[in-house]
Ligand binder design. Structure first.
Ligand SMILES: Nc1ncnc2c1ncn2[C@@H]1O[C@H](COP(=O)(O)OP(=O)(O)OP(=O)(O)O)[C@@H](O)[C@H]1O
Ligand SMILES: [Mg+2]
Length: 427
C-alpha cells in the first residue's frame, strides 16, 4: 500500500474504494451466512437423530404399524435438510460473485483512471505498470482473507454445535465392576437431578431409604418427579448431585447388567407388541414353564388366559386380541416379575384395576416373591399396604411416614386423599 501511495495517491484511493466496499458488504452478509450455516447444521442433526431413533424404536414403530407415517415424516425432514444445503450454496455463490465483481470493477476503475492520469501527464506508463503489479500483489491476499472469513463462520457454527453436545448430559456410563451383592437396602442420598443444564431442578436433595423386603410408597402431585425418581433407581439417568446406593456401593460402580438384574420396572403405560401373550411375557428371555405359570398366576391372568381360544398363544394387537387397560397392565406385570426381581418398581402400574383387586395383587406379589416393592400410585388408599410412604411435591419430599400417620397430620397427603374420596363418590 505504501508503494501504491508513493506512485500515485489518487489512483490508490480509486483502487481502495472497491475494497472497502467489499469489506462493508462482508460485514453486512456475515450474520446472514451464520444463520444459514446454523440452519444447515441443525437440519443435518435432525436427519441423524431421526434415523437413530427410528432404528432403535423399530419394534415399537412396527408394533403400532407406523411405517408409512414414519417414512413420510423422514421424507419431510430430509427435504428440509436439502433446502438448507441449497440455501447455503446459493448464499456462498452470491458472496463469491459479489467479491469477484467488486474485484473486476476495481480493475476497470484503475485502467480508466490510470489512462486518464497518463493522458494528463500525471503518471508515466512505467509507474502505471508498477502500480498494476503491486495492486495484484495486494488483491490476491485480500481475496484469500475474504474466503478465510467465510470458512471461519462455518467453523464457528460447527464448534458451537460441538460445545452444545459436550454440555448435554452424557448417557450413563457403564464402567462398574461386578460385585457380590445381597441387597439389604437401596438409598438415595441428597440426590438432586435435572434433565439438562438449562432445565430447572426436577428433584432436590432427596433422601430415601428402601430396605429389603419392605413396601415403599411414593405419592405426590402430578409432575412432582415420581417417575424421574424411579429412573434414578434404574440408572436410566444419573443424579446431577448426590448418590444412589445399593448397600455401600454407589450404583455407578456396579455394572448396569448387574443392577438391572436386581431391579424390575413396570411403567405407567406398558408397551406390548403384536405377538402372542406368551412372547409378550417372556420377552426373549429363557424361562421354565413353572416360572411362566407363577408369573401368570401372580399377575392374576389365569382366568383371562383360560378364556382365550389359544390360551397363551393368542396373538394380541392389531389383528389379534384387543386388550383392556387392566389386561395390558397385568401382562406388563407378568413380564416384570418373570425373573423374580429383588426390587420391583410399580409406576402407577395397576391404575386400571379396581382398588380392591389392586391391593390384593400387590399384597400377593410382595408375599409370594418375597421381594421389595416400590409403589407409585395415584390411588392413595392402595398405599395403605405400604410400610412407609414418601410424599413428593415439586421435586421435594414434603412429608413421610405411614399411611395412617400421614392422614393424621392433615397436610398434603391428607388433602390429596380427601380429593380422591370425593372423586370416587362422584363416580
Ligand atoms: N425426559 C424429560 N426431559 C425433560 N423434562 C422431563 C422429562 N421427563 C419428565 N420431565 C419433567 O420432569 C418433571 C417430573 O416428571 P415426572 O414424570 O417424574 O413426574 P411424575 O411425578 O411421575 O408425574 P405423573 O404423576 O404425571 O406421572 C415434570 O415437570 C416433567 O415435565
Ligand atoms: Mg410418572
Amino acid at each position: 500500500l505504501f508503494f501504491l501511495i508513493k506512485i500515485n495517491l489518487w489512483l490508490t484511493i480509486v483502487a481502495v474504494i472497491p475494497m472497502s466496499l467489499a469489506i462493508f458488504a462482508w460485514l453486512k452478509v456475515s450474520p446472514m451466512m451464520y444463520k444459514y450455516y446454523y440452519k444447515w447444521r441443525d437440519a443435518m442433526a435432525k436427519v441423524n437423530n431421526y434415523l437413530h431413533s427410528s432404528f432403535s424404536g423399530i419394534k415399537l414403530i412396527k408394533s403400532y404399524t407406523m411405517e408409512k407415517k414414519n417414512h413420510d415424516q423422514f421424507k419431510k425432514i430430509l427435504q428440509k435438510r436439502i433446502e438448507a444445503a441449497v440455501k447455503v450454496i446459493k448464499v456462498e455463490t452470491i458472496i463469491d460473485t459479489l467479491f469477484s465483481s467488486i474485484q473486476e470493477v476495481g480493475i476497470i476503475f484503475i485502467l480508466l483512471f490510470g489512462g486518464i492520469f497518463i493522458i494528463k501527464g500525471n503518471l508515466t506508463i512505467g509507474e502505471f505498470i508498477a502500480f498494476n503489479a503491486y495492486i495484484i500483489l495486494l488483491l490476491g491476499p485480500m481475496i484469500r482473507i475474504g474466503h478465510f472469513f467465510v470458512s471461519k463462520k462455518r467453523a464457528q457454527v460447527q464448534s458451537e454445535r460441538l460445545e452444545q453436545i459436550k454440555d448435554s448430559p452424557a448417557d450413563v456410563v457403564d464402567t462398574g465392576k461386578a460385585r457380590d451383592i445381597v441387597p439389604e437396602e437401596m438409598t438415595l442420598n441428597k440426590v438432586s437431578f435435572k434433565y439438562s443444564k438449562e432445565s430447572p431442578l426436577i428433584l432436590e436433595k432427596i433422601n430415601i431409604k428402601i430396605p429389603v423386603g419392605k413396601r415403599i410408597g411414593l405419592a405426590g402431585t402430578v409432575g412432582s418427579g415420581k417417575t424421574t425418581l424411579t429412573k434414578l433407581l434404574m440408572r436410566i439417568v444419573d443424579p446431577t448431585q448426590g448418590r444412589v446406593n445399593i448397600d455401600k456401593f454407589d450404583i455407578r460402580k456396579i455394572p448396569l447388567s448387574q443392577l438391572r438384574s436386581l431391579l424390575s420396572y413396570v411403567p405407567q403405560e406398558p408397551s406390548l407388541f403384536s405377538d402372542t401373550i406368551r412372547n409378550n411375557i417372556i420377552f426373549g428371555r429363557d424361562c421354565t414353564p413353572d416360572r411362566l405359570n407363577e408369573a401368570v398366576k401372580l399377575a392374576q391372568l389365569e382366568d383371562f388366559i383360560k378364556n382365550q381360544a389359544k390360551g397363551l398363544d393368542e396373538t394380541i394387537g392389531e389383528r389379534g386380541l384387543k386388550l383392556s387397560g387392566g389386561e395390558k397392565q397385568r401382562i406388563a406385570i407378568a413380564r416384570a416379575i418373570l425373573d423374580r426381581p429383588r426390587i420391583l418398581i410399580l409406576d402407577d402400574a395397576t391404575s386400571n384395576l379396581d382398588a380392591e383387586t389392586e391391593k390384593e395383587l400387590i399384597n400377593q406379589l410382595s408375599k409370594s416373591l418375597n421381594t421389595t416393592i416400590v409403589i407409585i400410585s395415584h390411588r392413595l388408599s392402595v398405599l395403605s399396604i405400604c410400610d412407609y410412604i414418601y410424599v413428593l411435591d415439586q421435586g421435594e419430599i414434603v412429608e413421610q411416614g405411614t399411611h395412617n400417620s400421614l392422614l393424621k397430620k392433615k397436610e398434603l397427603y391428607w388433602k390429596l386423599y380427601q380429593h380422591q374420596i370425593i372423586e370416587e363418590e362422584l363416580k
